[in-house]
Design a protein around this ligand. Structure first.
Ligand SMILES: NC(=O)c1ccc[n+]([C@@H]2O[C@H](COP(=O)([O-])OP(=O)(O)OC[C@H]3O[C@@H](n4cnc5c(N)ncnc54)[C@H](OP(=O)(O)O)[C@@H]3O)[C@@H](O)[C@H]2O)c1
Length: 475
C-alpha cells in the first residue's frame, strides 16, 4: 500500500461524467474527498484539471489507497454504471472496510439491487446507502436533487455533506432520506418515469405544431420560451425551447432536423412501468412514453408504414389554439405526476417504507430534470391531504384541471382526427375520464370472466361470489 494521509471524510469511486462533477461539488463545499477511478490515468487527468479545488482532492491509485485516505467510520460513494460494475466495486471494497463503514451507491440502481446489497452488507456489519442523484452533469457539479435510502443513522453521519452539495429551493436542501434500503433509488426511478412522460408530452406537442400547424422548429422553440414564463415553467420546457432554436453549425439547418428520431428505453423508465405493473398500478402516461421510445426505434418499419399508408396528416381540420396546446400540456403533465405519486404510495405501502410524498415533490423542486413551478404547489397539495390519493382531485388543482380539460380534449381530438400520434397525451385524457366515471364498463368484463371461467362477481345489490344465468353456455 502506498503512503496516503488519512484526511478525507468521504471517498468517491468512478470519475466518469457524474463522479467527476460530484467530486468537484463536494470539494467546492469544503469537504476533502478521496477519489479513485479504475483507469488510473483518468484520476491523474481529473486531479490535474481541478484548478483551485485540487487541494481538496486526495487521489488514490488503488482501492487500498482510497480506504487508507479516509477517516473512520469510512464513507465511500460509488458512481459507476448500474448493475455489474457496482457489484464489482463493492466486492473489491468490502474486504478492505471495517464494521460500521458505509458504501453509498449514487448511480441509477435498480432498487431491488439496492435492497439486496443493503441486506448483504448489513450481514457483514457494513452500512449501505442507495442514493438517487438527478440533474445530469450540471446538477452533479452545482447542486443535484438527491433521494436517499438506507439506515437513517448512517445517513446522519454524511447528511451535512449531502445537503451541502444538493440544490436548494429557497434555502431548503433538495436532498432527503426517504426510507430504508431501496427507498431512495425507487423515488429516483419514479422521478425518471415522470421525466419520460414529461419529455414525451412536450415532444407530442412539438409534433402537432410541426406537422399539423407547419411551424418551423425556431417558432415552436420561441413559443416554448413564452410558456416557460408561465405555469409550465420547467427545466424540460426551457431546454426544449433552446434545443428547437439551435442551428446545426455544419449544415445551417435546425439542429433538431438533423437528429435521427429514434430512442432506446432500456433503463429507469422501463423499470418504473415494470414495477408499477408488479404493484398493481398502471401509470399509463409513463407506460405510453416508454412505448413511444420503443416504437421510435423501429425506424425501418415506420418508413415502410409511411410508404404503404402515407404519413401526411389529414388536412382542413381546425387546429387547436396556442393557449389550447399550453393548457393541454399543463393538465396532462399533472396527470403524469398524479400517476407517479400514486405509484410511490403503492410501493411505500407494499414495502412499508413510510415515504413522505410531499417531501419527494419538495426535493424535485430544484436540481433535477423534472424541476418545475408546479412542484411547489404539488408539495403543498400533498401536505394538506389528497382526496382518494389523487393529485388531480386536490382542491388546489381542480380549477386547473377543469380549465385545462377542454383544451386537452381539443388537442387529443385534433391529433386523432388528423392522424398524428399523441400516446401520452391521449393516455392522460383516458385516465382522467376513467377516474371521473361513476359507472365504468368493467361490469361486462366481470360477466365475461364469469361466463368463460366461472370466476364469480359482486352484485350491485350486495354480496360477492355470484354467478350469471349463462349455465351450460359457459365453457
Ligand atoms: N450522466 C448522467 O446524466 C446521469 C445522471 C444521473 C445518474 N446517472 C448515473 O450515474 C452513474 C454513472 O454515470 P456516468 O454518466 O457518470 O457514467 P460514465 O461517464 O460512463 O462513467 C462510468 C464510470 O464507471 C467506471 N467503471 C465502469 N465499470 C467499472 C468497474 N467494473 N469497476 C470500476 N469502475 C468502473 C468507469 O471507469 P473507467 O474510466 O475505468 O472506465 C467510469 O469512471 C450511472 O449509474 C448513471 O446511470 C447518470
Amino acid at each position: 500500500m502506498s503512503e496516503v494521509n488519512s484526511q478525507a471524510r468521504i471517498g468517491l469511486i468512478g470519475l466518469g461524467v457524474m463522479g467527476a462533477n460530484l467530486s468537484l461539488n463536494i470539494a467546492e463545499k469544503g469537504f476533502p474527498v478521496a477519489v479513485f477511478n479504475r483507469t488510473g490515468s483518468v484520476t491523474d487527468d481529473f486531479v490535474a484539471s481541478a484548478g483551485e479545488l485540487r487541494d481538496k482532492l486526495v487521489p488514490a491509485k488503488t482501492y487500498e489507497d482510497l480506504v487508507a485516505a479516509l477517516t473512520t467510520p469510512r464513507a465511500v460513494i460509488i458512481m459507476v454504471q448500474a448493475g455489474g460494475p457496482v457489484d464489482a466495486v463493492i466486492d473489491a471494497l468490502t474486504p478492505l472496510l471495517d464494521e460500521g463503514d458505509m458504501i453509498i451507491d449514487a448511480g441509477n440502481a435498480d432498487f431491488h439491487d439496492s435492497r439486496r446489497r443493503e441486506a448483504a452488507l448489513r450481514a457483514k456489519g457494513l452500512n449501505f446507502i442507495g442514493m438517487g442523484v438527478s440533474g445530469g452533469e450540471e446538477g452533479a457539479r452545482h447542486g443535484p436533487s438527491i433521494m436517499v435510502g438506507g439506515n437513517p443513522a448512517s445517513y446522519e453521519t454524511i447528511r451535512d455533506i449531502i445537503e451541502a452539495i444538493s440544490a436548494k429551493h429557497d434555502g431548503d436542501p433538495c436532498a432527503a432520506h426517504f426510507g430504508p434500503d431501496g427507498a431512495g433509488h425507487f423515488v429516483k426511478t419514479v422521478h425518471n418515469g415522470i421525466e419520460y412522460a414529461d419529455m414525451q408530452m412536450i415532444a407530442e406537442i412539438y409534433g402537432l405544431l410541426r406537422d399539423g400547424a407547419h411551424k418551423a422548429p425556431a417558432e415552436i422553440g420561441a413559443l416554448f420560451e413564452c410558456w416557460d414564463k408561465g405555469p409550465l415553467k420547467s427545466y424540460l420546457v426551457e431546454i426544449s425551447a433552446k434545443v428547437l432554436q439551435a442551428i446545426d453549425p455544419g449544415t445551417g439547418k435546425p439542429m433538431v432536423d438533423v437528429i435521427v428520431d429514434r430512442a432506446g428505453q432500456k433503463g429507469t423508465g422501463r423499470w418504473t412501468a415494470i414495477e408499477a405493473l408488479t404493484l398493481g398500478q398502471s401509470p399509463s402516461t409513463i407506460e405510453a412514453a416508454v412505448a413511444a421510445r420503443s416504437w421510435s426505434s423501429a425506424k425501418d418499419a415506420r418508413l415502410a408504414g409511411a410508404d404503404i399508408f402515407g404519413s401526411e396528416p389529414v388536412s382542413g381540420l381546425t387546429l387547436p389554439t396556442e393557449p389550447d396546446f399550453e393548457s393541454a400540456l399543463l393538465v396532462a403533465k399533472l396527470v403524469a405526476y398524479d400517476q407517479g405519486f400514486k405509484l410511490l404510495k403503492a410501493a411505500s405501502d407494499h414495502y412499508d417504507w413510510g415515504l413522505d410524498l410531499a417531501r419527494a415533490a419538495e426535493v424535485w423542486r430544484e436540481g433535477c430534470i423534472i424541476r418545475s413551478a408546479l412542484l411547489d404547489d404539488m408539495a403543498s397539495a400533498i401536505r394538506s391531504g389528497l382526496p382518494q390519493e389523487q393529485l388531480i382531485f386536490s382542491a388546489d388543482f381542480v380549477a386547473l384541471v377543469k380549465n385545462g380539460l377542454p383544451a386537452l380534449r381539443r388537442v387529443v381530438g385534433y391529433a386523432s382526427a388528423s392522424g398524428l400520434p399523441v400516446p401520452a397525451l391521449s393516455n392522460a385524457l383516458a385516465y382522467f375520464d376513467t377516474m371521473r366515471q361513476a359507472r365504468g364498463t368493467t361490469d361486462l368484463i366481470q360477466a365475461q370472466r364469469d361466463f368463460f371461467g366461472a370466476h364469480g362477481f359482486e352484485r350491485t345489490d350486495g354480496g360477492a361470489g355470484h354467478h350469471g344465468p349463462w349455465g351450460s353456455g359457459a365453457l
